[in-house]
Design a binder for this molecule. Structure first.
Ligand code: HEM
Length: 182
């Protein structure tokens, strides 16, 4: 994944804990010698998974909890790190924004040619709920999506509930369906 993701993990830990905690996490992930990440450089996915695993071990919380916290943080982080206008363009309410997630990532992809973005579709849309279908070539990031939606809810001041109603892993990747209620 692009270094921006790893940088956001670093930022979350140094802001919510400390630089010392981040150094400990890097050591646990066998990345002790790594000075920092280049935001526009692609890194192996395994490096990001190793960091998530090391955060979980160091903070003694589950990887699901780490991913959810990180998803929530990503919404704030991208808004502050130069992607605020892009987020604004994707919509000014939670349902509109969820409908535009693929457009958002295709705009990101025009700047990051190696991007392998997830894909999202909304179905069964009502005034207060929808089903969000998530497809990814990567496995195991389901809880990140839960955190992302909660983070978007906070961005729009919309109280929302997210529940996972279907989840399938295959050689093609991960296919999940979330019920989002607001
Ligand atoms: C302007 C804001 C955003 C930017 C710049 C951005 C960019 C990225 C980047 C660089 C990756 C790593 C993928 C790769 O390097 O191949 C990624 C992954 C991801 N993004 Fe976004 N993103 C943004 C907003 C969002 C939002 C609001 C969501 C909400 C659902 C989202 C959902 C995801 C998910 C779930 C992944 C994990 C990768 C996967 O599922 O395969 N992103 N995004």
């Amino acid at each position: 994944m692009y270094g921006l993701v790893n940088q956001a993990i670093e930022d979350m830990i140094t802001h919510q804990f400390s630089v010392a905690k981040w150094e400990e996490i890097k050591k646990t992930a066998c990345l002790g010698d790594m000075a920092g990440f280049e935001n526009m450089q692609s890194y192996p996915d395994n490096l990001t998974y190793d960091l998530i695993g090391a955060v979980s071990k160091t903070l003694d919380i589950t990887t699901e909890q780490v991913l959810e916290a990180f998803g929530e943080y990503w919404v704030l982080y991208t808004a502050e790190k130069g992607y605020g206008d892009m987020l604004k363009m994707a919509g000014d309410s939670l349902p509109i924004f969820m409908n535009n997630l693929d457009t958002l990532h295709s705009i990101v992809g025009s700047m990051m040619p190696n991007l392998r973005p997830p894909s999202f579709q909304c179905t069964e849309i009502t005034n207060h709920s929808l089903k969000l279908h998530y497809h990814s070539k990567r496995i195991g990031l389901t809880n990140m999506v839960i955190g992302l939606i909660k983070g978007l809810g906070k961005r729009f001041g919309t109280v929302c509930e997210v529940s996972l109603i279907e989840s399938k892993k295959s050689e093609q990747g991960q296919e999940d369906v979330f019920f989002v209620k607001w």
